[in-house]
Design a protein around this ligand. Structure first.
Ligand code: IPM
Ligand code: MG
Length: 358
């Protein structure tokens, strides 16, 4: 296979972790005889610094022309001024919107050998296997927003809005995913307070009743869900929710496997290239130190091979190799629980060696 990939390392630890995923991809390419043509482009804060915008036209064009996109992370304290009108995050949000990546898949499944790295008790996280499906191009992230003055006081507003078709397509995608898993779907909203959530709940129910009646379907309010996620996470299979609730719940969910550094995510649309990234941020506190955990990005590259390039065997191999490296006891600092740890590049090398040996 010949595939065109766009790499967007971004800010903070982004370049370090994407470099390791690139090595893994090239090892896979060699082993299976694929040519992955990788083009690296700028996005986020580093793009602001070099060309003045977080999503340069050239980057967007390259993404559009590629089969898939692998992103590191965007943002950092350097660009965090709340009064700034140009922000790194606009690069990522712009990509999601422009490429119509309405569905964000965030699987959460703690690795067996890391069960004790979680701040939660082993008996709570044993058996956890959740797929979060977060709506990604609507809701409060993309509603009207602004500031206004009224009687000498400044007001700010962000509108949360959803249309029926937006809810329908994400619920449909989540329902299909549930069919291929344990057949359980939970929709999360705040329908006791928000009108946008009431439309969400009504639409989700219609979709499920019409076309997915065999699913074990339930609804939760987002505040209760935040609680269930740490008290009985093993009860959930596929969880579908809006943009902001999904943002918050998936960070919470990331603590189940013990570290944000382990979790990949895929953002996909109806057609066109998907965007793959770790769910963690740019971790500016450890950037440049060579200690970041590259496994989430390496696992994101596996999701990329599976979802955008249909290379199931190759994706599975990467996942097995990561599992093996962990089984052998190798840990980056974030998952070492105070024990001995290795650096970013060493972890990348171990995965590459595993791939070569298989
Ligand atoms: C995420 C991140 C982004 C979001 C930021 C960086 C814009 O937190 O992907 O979860 O809020 O969606
Ligand atoms: Mg987030």
């Amino acid at each position: 296979m010949d595939a065109q990939l766009t790499l967007l390392p971004g800010d903070g630890i982004g370049p370090e972790i994407v470099a390791q995923a690139e090595r893994v991809l090239s090892a896979i390419g060699e082993k299976f005889g694929h040519s992955f043509h990788c083009q690296t482009c700028e996005v986020g804060g580093s793009a602001i610094d070099s060309v003045g915008t977080p999503l340069p036209e050239e980057t967007l064009d390259a993404c559009r022309a590629s089969n898939a996109i692998l992103l590191g992370a965007v943002g950092g304290p350097k660009w965090d001024d709340p009064t700034a009108s140009i922000r790194p995050e606009q690069g990522l949000l712009g990509l999601r919107k422009e490429l119509k990546l309405f569905a964000n898949l965030r699987p959460i499944k703690p690795h067996n050998v890391l069960l004790d790295a979680s701040p939660l008790k082993r008996e709570i996280i044993e058996g956890v296997d959740i797929l979060f499906v977060r709506e990604l191009t609507g809701g409060i992230y993309f509603g009207e927003s602004g500031r206004r003055q009224h009687e000498g006081t400044e007001f700010a507003y962000d509108v949360m809005q959803y249309s029926e078709p937006e809810v329908e397509r994400i619920v449909r995608l989540a329902a299909v995913a549930a069919q291929g898993r344990r057949g359980k779907l939970t929709s999360v909203d705040k329908a006791n307070v928000l009108e946008a959530s009431r439309l969400w709940r009504q639409t989700a129910r219609q979709v499920v009743e019409q076309d997915f009646a065999e699913l074990d379907y339930g609804v939760e309010l987002v505040d209760a869900m935040a609680m269930h996620l740490i008290s009985r996470p093993a009860d959930f299979d596929v969880v579908v929710t809006g943009n902001m609730f999904g943002d918050i719940l998936t960070d919470e969910g990331s603590m189940l496997p013990g570290s944000l550094g382990m979790l990949p995510s895929a953002s996909v649309g109806q057609s066109g290239p998907g965007l793959y990234e770790p769910i963690h941020g740019s971790a500016p506190d450890i950037a440049g130190k060579g200690i970041a955990n590259p496994l989430a990005t390496i696992l994101a590259s596996a999701m990329m091979l599976r979802h955008s390039l249909n290379l199931e065997e190759e994706a599975g191999l990467i996942e097995n190799c990561v599992e093996n490296v962990l089984d052998q006891g190798h840990r980056t600092e974030d998952i070492a629980a105070g024990g001995p740890s290795i650096g970013t590049a060493e972890m990348g090398s171990l995965v590459v060696e595993q791939i070569q040996q298989q």
